[in-house]
Design a protein around this ligand. Structure first.
Ligand SMILES: Nc1ncnc2c1ncn2[C@@H]1O[C@H](COP(=O)(O)OP(=O)(O)OP(=O)(O)O)[C@@H](O)[C@H]1O
Ligand SMILES: [Mg+2]
Length: 440
């Protein structure tokens, strides 16, 4: 059976690692690792040297797991120095294909061609209007981008041998686990800290891939502005589910409920494969407490509550003396929280939504896809409460959070973690999972 690479996704805010093995029907999870990267914006207390070394330290923590250490790995790059382009041209003699693809690449490279590493894949030959066409994908990556990660991975205890790009790893991860029906179109949206990776798949084909410079950092900035918090506090509040009644904020600088984010050390941190230290927590935050926002929020409560509860603005009833029952009060609190979280989403991700809308429109208007049937969200920022409902309403497309681990056999590792831990972690691991499916 073919040997698989281990998948290492070096993001801005954390490193994610996945090791899989093939089973008769799919894949089994052999090991998983995740380690935070401390960043200057959120950890101003750290020395410049420690911040510069933070990605390496995160990799070193992960490579303590023997499932990853020194193993051949697949890694990926993303961002403005990665230029993917899907191409289609009439069938031409084999010997001319490479030159034609090079020409395609030259059209899109936003940097000097001499600085680019080029690669391409050809899809199965298709037919259009009765004539054979050649379809495929060419990717140009700035060499510095590749070298930087290569050196980092080597120093961190890995053996980088397969290069990919985030959006393709994301697509593979989905195609190999969920799959896409023949006439179905799915948009995958992986929202990280700095970047959002967007991939549109139609019936198993990759139709469009792109990175957009927007992500969780925008949410932290919006929270910082809306709530008057500094960035480290805003990032902390975001991961705890954001909402705090305004009076608490005014009264006591945030009234942090419970969860310990101060030193980055969390439940699950010492579990094997997670390298201890700054491992992220994915435990539900303070269930039942003030900070917890239900994910499956009640749309009705949101609609009726939002007008009456948002900071006194636009009160519908004007019932100053209204005495709410316990139940009504709870519904009102939930509505207030959802409304507060939505305000943050609108402020932070409005531009991202517009970019995605424009892309959808472009592909539908040019009849490349008939419609977008569903959106699947993943990445760390997809854990923000109510974000699925927000995307669904903004894009007009059914949207759900996607956990790639849901379709893997996790029985070999699940006992090492607290209950639900892998379900909570899964949405962050989509790219690492796709990388871990690459054959050596
Ligand atoms: N529970 C949570 N609620 C909201 N946001 C969260 C939560 N947990 C993590 N995040 C955010 O998710 C982002 C990290 O996600 P992810 O690990 O997918 O990004 P990354 O790969 O490190 O970054 P990028 O791909 O942009 O370089 C951060 O902005 C972080 O604040
Ligand atoms: Mg990422």
């Amino acid at each position: 059976m073919a040997t698989l690479a281990v998948g290492i996704d070096v993001g801005t805010s954390s490193v994610k690692a996945v090791a899989l093995k093939r089973t008769g029907s799919g894949y089994a999870l052999k090991s998983v690792g995740q380690a935070d990267i401390r960043r200057a914006e959120y950890h101003p207390e750290e020395s410049p040297q420690s911040l510069a070394e933070a990605p390496l330290r995160a990799l070193e923590r992960i490579s303590q797991d023997s499932a990853f250490s020194r193993k051949p790995c697949a890694f990926s790059v993303s961002g403005p120095r990665v230029a993917p382009r899907l191409f289609k041209f009439p069938s031409i003699p084999k010997g001319e294909v490479e030159q034609a693809i090079r020409f395609e690449a030259e059209q899109i490279i936003p940097f000097d061609l001499a600085q680019a590493a080029l690669d391409f894949v050809l899809f199965d030959e298709g037919m259009e209007e009765g004539k054979p066409v050649i379809e495929g994908l060419v990717v140009a990556v700035h060499k510095e981008e590749v070298d930087k990660q290569y050196v980092l991975l080597k120093s961190g205890g890995f053996d980088p041998v397969v290069l990919d790009i985030d959006t393709l790893a994301l697509s593979n991860s989905f195609l190999e686990t969920e799959g896409v029906a023949e006439r179905e179109t799915v948009a995958l949206i992986n929202i990280g800290a700095r970047f959002t990776n967007l991939a549109i798949l139609h019936g198993g084909r990759r139709v469009f891939v792109r990175d957009i410079a927007s992500g969780g950092d925008m949410l932290s900035r919006a929270i910082s502005e809306i709530y008057g918090l500094d960035l480290p506090q805003a990032e902390k509040r975001k991961r705890e589910a954001v909402y705090t009644p305004l009076d608490e904020l005014e009264g006591g600088g945030g009234g942090d409920a419970g969860a310990d984010m101060g030193d980055g050390t969390q439940a699950g941190g010492d579990t094997e494969g997670f390298g201890g230290g700054e491992t992220e927590s994915f435990q539900p935050v303070d269930e039942g407490g003030e900070e917890y926002v239900l994910l499956d929020s009640d749309e009705t409560a949101f609609n009726t509550g939002s007008d009456t509860m948002t900071d006194g603005a636009g009160s519908t009833g004007g019932d100053e003396g209204f005495a709410a029952s316990g139940e009504t009060q709870n519904a009102m609190n939930a509505a207030q929280r959802i409304s507060a979280n939505r305000a943050v989403l609108v402020d932070a991700l409005g531009d991202l939504i517009s970019e995605i809308q424009d892309t959808f429109k472009y592909y539908i208007n040019r009849r490349i896809v008939p419609r977008i049937d569903k959106v699947r969200l993943c990445g760390g920022t997809a854990k923000f409460p109510d974000i699925d409902e927000f995307f669904a309403s903004q894009l007009g497309v059914p949207t759900q959070l996607w956990n790639p681990f849901a379709r893997l056999d996790v029985s070999g590792v699940s006992g090492k973690f607290p209950p639900n831990f892998l379900d909570e972690l899964g949405p962050l691991m989509a790219i690492a999972t796709g990388l871990a499916m690459r054959q050596l």
